[in-house]
Design a protein around this ligand. Structure first.
Ligand code: ZN
Length: 503
């Protein structure tokens, strides 16, 4: 009896123990599952990391129903980024946006990785943000601003728009806005060009030929746009139709000006109500005005603008074509030397816009540039955007650089080029040196490709052009011979930037 009692108690202990064991096992598996899942949410595997710094992803609700905002940030010390984009309840829109973001990020990280492999140490930066424009029709325009900087050279701003009706999931296109009508597109072209000519902020900066090319009546030229209730806004990438100093140009056309060509669902109001339409048209114009920067110069006519922009590359002596080669961001012990060799071969004189900080490192190279008879230009000490600096910092950047170049070489600095072409009145006031920009951006810092260097020169160079290159990229030194051979064959003579402008 005692025995049987003991036996029964033993089996109860066994059962209790077994249940506990099973429960613990289930709990462990469950916790492990949650842990793995969280790990996936926080550290997605789809990013090609230059380094191991993790990407942090957050999702928040926006003020617009059905739209969430995703932010992806990486505080990597070499290739950091901060990206923000919308996601909706519609997968085709989400896929389009995600693909764009993924490509932009990949592009940046790949270029930074390439820079790293050639020993470039300056950190880069990628910022993608977006602005939301709701329209009464229920359509939303999302305008992405993609600012990338690859370290050491110029940054670039690119714009891309996406559209969504959150109710229907459909995306409007520019063709929809103008009823797929080619005649209307041609009228739009005229309006946009007039607006670009008239914009005082683009005065002296427009590349006329490029501007015409990128506003030809093709739908793709107007694909980046935003609709508001009273305005349609068109966006152009930085450097494409105007010098970098003008930023990424924007054209805001009041809907009142396109009421005869715009599709009916986007018209300002029911056209039978004339009073209302006039009121809205005026609001549109006011908005356009307020979009313009403060130092607005009024009273400019289209004709004046055209004449002024032509001044960039004046038609000189018609029998001789001149071109000024300019090299920024050096000196560099290997690349600058190779460039000097090539210039000598063609008996070409150029202008070198040097960084004071690099002259300090490589004084011998600065001396070689001077001894070869080239013009010495100032490109600041630290390559910072002077329009964001105060007068004291600006004059310090410029004066310190001129001093070191003149002390090292014994030759006067005769030209100044602000980093990124970024210049304003404060910058102008801090120096007596002529400020020299460019009209041919070879984009050598971006493609790093000798063939593309030549292509850019072929495409953009005309009599009186100033060509921008960088004597810190091996690809530029490698491609220069072909560029000079082409220009010489086309009948150009090579002059310094100051010679070109004083002709
Ligand atoms: Zn530069």
């Amino acid at each position: 009896m005692n025995r049987s009692h003991r036996k029964r108690r033993t089996s109860w202990i066994d059962i209790t123990f077994s249940i506990t064991l099973v429960a613990l096992t289930i709990a462990t598996i469950f916790l492990a599952f949650i842990y793995i899942k969280n790990e996936h949410v926080q550290f997605p595997q789809n990013i090609k990391n230059v380094t191991s710094t993790p990407t942090v992803i957050d999702t928040i609700d926006s003020n617009y129903p059905g739209i969430k905002i995703i932010t992806e940030t990486s505080n990597d010390s070499y290739a950091p980024f901060a990206i923000q984009y919308p996601q909706s309840l519609h997968s085709s829109f989400n896929d389009d946006v995600s693909t764009y973001i993924k490509n932009a990020k990949q592009d940046y990280l790949t270029k930074m990785e390439e820079n790293k492999q050639i020993g470039a140490e300056s950190p880069g930066e990628l910022n993608i943000s977006f602005e939301t424009f709701p329209h009464r029709s229920g359509n939303y325009s999302f305008v992405f601003v993609n600012g990338s900087y690859l370290g050491g050279t110029n940054g670039v701003t690119q714009i891309r728009s996406f559209h969504l009706n959150p109710e229907t999931g459909k995306s409007i296109t520019i063709e929809d806005v103008f009823d797929h009508d080619q005649n209307r597109l041609e009228k739009l072209t005229v309006l946009v060009r007039e607006s670009l000519y008239n914009d005082p902020t683009l005065k002296n900066f427009l590349f006329l030929e490029d501007m015409h090319f990128h506003t030809e009546p093709l739908w793709s030229n107007f694909a980046n746009f935003a609709m508001t209730d009273d305005t349609i806004i068109f966006y152009f990438d930085e450097y494409v139709i105007a010098a970098g100093a003008a930023g990424a140009p924007i054209v805001a056309v009041p809907l009142g000006e396109v009421s005869d060509i715009i599709a009916s669902e986007f018209k300002i109001k029911d056209t039978s109500n004339n009073e209302q339409q006039n009121e809205d048209t005026q609001t549109g114009e006011q908005n356009l005005e307020s979009d313009k920067p403060e130092d607005d110069e009024t009273g400019t006519t289209p004709e004046e603008s055209i004449e002024d922009t032509d001044v960039i590359t004046p038609p000189l002596d018609p029998s001789i074509k001149r071109v000024a080669l300019t090299f920024d961001d050096g000196p560099d012990p290997k690349v600058t030397r190779q460039i000097l060799e090539t210039l000598k071969k063609y008996d070409a004189k150029a202008t070198f816009f040097m960084l004071g900080s690099r002259v300090e490192y490589y004084p011998d190279i600065a001396i070689e540039v001077k001894e070869a008879g080239h013009e010495l230009g100032n490109h600041t000490w630290t390559h910072s955007d002077l329009t964001k600096a105060d007068a004291k910092k600006i004059s310090n950047e410029i004066n310190k650089t001129s001093s070191i170049i003149e002390n090292v070489t014994g030759q006067k600095v005769t030209a100044f080029r602000p980093p990124y072409g970024a210049v304003n009145k404060t910058v102008h006031k801090q120096t007596n040196l002529p400020v020299i920009l460019w009209d041919v951006d070879t984009r050598d810092w971006e493609h790093r490709n000798p063939i593309q260097l030549l292509d850019q020169v072929k495409m953009k160079t005309k009599d009186g052009s100033i060509i921008l290159m960088h004597d810190i990229h091996q690809s530029t030194a490698d491609g220069l011979d072909a560029v000079l051979a082409y220009l010489k064959n086309e009948g150009y003579i090579f002059v310094t930037a100051s010679e070109l402008l004083s002709w």
